[in-house]
Design a protein. Structure first.
Length: 379
């Protein structure tokens, strides 16, 4: 990793030297026995907050921009407050799509960010994002540190093992410990469409004791294939996060079935992701126990959804009945806007213990389920 400034330890002592208010440091002093993961509802974008038992925080993406930025930034701040953190120690921006980086400018006005991690230059030019990357982003990271991630890099979060598995179109060359076996799903692989920036996604693997989670950003199937074929670079995980909102440009069997997640938590919107084909891939995945969805997806309908107790959010204007069949995919830019959900939003929270057990909680209805440690020899 190319780090430009101080390592974590000297930043901590710098707070002491500068005599910053004790309360600023005290928020980070939260210690616990669980790794807590908040999957925040940013309406079909991404914002996933990890808080280590040490109190250090890692945020992956900052939600949508434009008029949605205050809403999404506010929802991320609410999750951070719930976790007792007052700053973001590491921010991974997976790629330069508006549903992942759009909220950053707004979020940065509400919470300090120490370390900015990304894949490097934008490869899918657009007026809004190029302006942000030229004028605003450097001003944000010059107050902290900035790293252009490479596969294999570690992100220094005390108490966790955090590895970059993909970045800038490159994937991990050396298997993670325990991985490296031939992947039986490679033979039947069929690539799906690809967007240039999705393929640049910074993918992040997080291990806490026996617990493992993967957040591949919006990494498309072509890159899933490179990462997992012919030999898997990643072994079994407990929780699969992100899932590209549940769209078929990601979530091939070469990834999902080979890493055998026990739980998948999908960051879909009301009419983004949650696609039938992805639900089929998930529910036919060996060892899968539950899918949790950030939203009910109209594109899945009743046929391809999980029970409501596993769904964190609906729409503001809930109809009395929802169709069983999936709604047709919106075609192109002239599609009518999806149903609004600007009111109270709920996260899905994972609390993981170092023995590999973890509890998932739906903040809307309080439903939670504990998954006991998986015996290692069944992996
Ligand atoms: Zn996305
Ligand atoms: Zn994307």
């Amino acid at each position: 990793m190319r780090r430009r400034a101080m390592p974590a330890v000297s930043i901590l002592s710098a707070f002491a030297l500068l005599g910053l208010p004790a309360i600023f440091a005290a928020g980070q002093a939260r210690t616990g026995r669980t790794l807590d993961i908040y999957v925040v509802d940013v309406e079909g974008g991404n914002a996933t907050l990890f808080v280590a038992p040490s109190g250090e925080s890692l945020l992956i993406d900052t939600g949508n921009g434009g008029a949605a930025a205050p809403r999404d930034a506010g929802r991320i701040v609410a999750a951070a407050r719930d976790a007792g953190v007052t700053r973001i120690d590491h921010l991974v921006t997976t790629h330069w799509h508006g549903d992942h980086v759009g909220g950053l400018g707004e979020f940065a006005t509400r919470m300090p960010i120490r370390h900015f991690i990304d894949h490097g230059p934008n490869v899918q030019p657009g007026p809004g994002i190029d302006e942000f990357l030229r004028d605003a982003y450097p001003k944000l990271y010059e107050k902290g540190t900035h790293t252009v991630a490479k596969p294999g890099d570690s992100i220094a979060v005390a108490g966790l093992d955090v590895r970059v598995v993909s970045s800038a179109g490159q994937v991990l060359a050396t298997p993670l410990p325990g991985a490296g076996k031939p992947n039986p799903y490679c033979a039947a692989f069929k690539p799906t469409g690809n967007s240039a920036e999705d393929a640049q996604s910074v993918g992040t693997y997080v291990r806490y004791g026996q617990f493992r989670a993967l957040h591949p950003g919006d990494l498309p199937t072509t890159k899933e294939f490179e990462l997992m074929c012919p030999n898997s670079r990643i072994d079994a995980v407990d929780v699969l996060l992100g899932l590209h909102h549940g769209q078929d440009t990601s979530n091939s069997e070469v990834l999902v079935h080979a890493i055998r997640p026990r739980v998948a938590i999908m960051n879909n919107g009301t009419r983004k992701g949650g696609w039938p084909v992805v639900m089929k891939t998930l529910f036919s995945s060996p060892g899968l126990e539950d899918v949790w969805q950030i939203h009910f997806s109209l594109l899945g309908g009743q046929e391809y959804t999980v029970p409501g107790m596993f769904i964190a959010n609906g729409v503001d204007d809930q109809p009395a009945a929802l169709p069983i069949a999936p709604a047709p995919l919106p075609a192109g830019a002239n599609a009518p806007p999806p149903p609004a959900h600007d009111g109270q939003a709920y996260w899905i929270k994972v609390s993981a213990r170092d023995d590999g057990s973890f509890t998932v909680t739906n903040a809307r209805n309080g439903f939670s389920k504990t998954y006991e440690p998986r015996s290692r020899d069944r992996r």
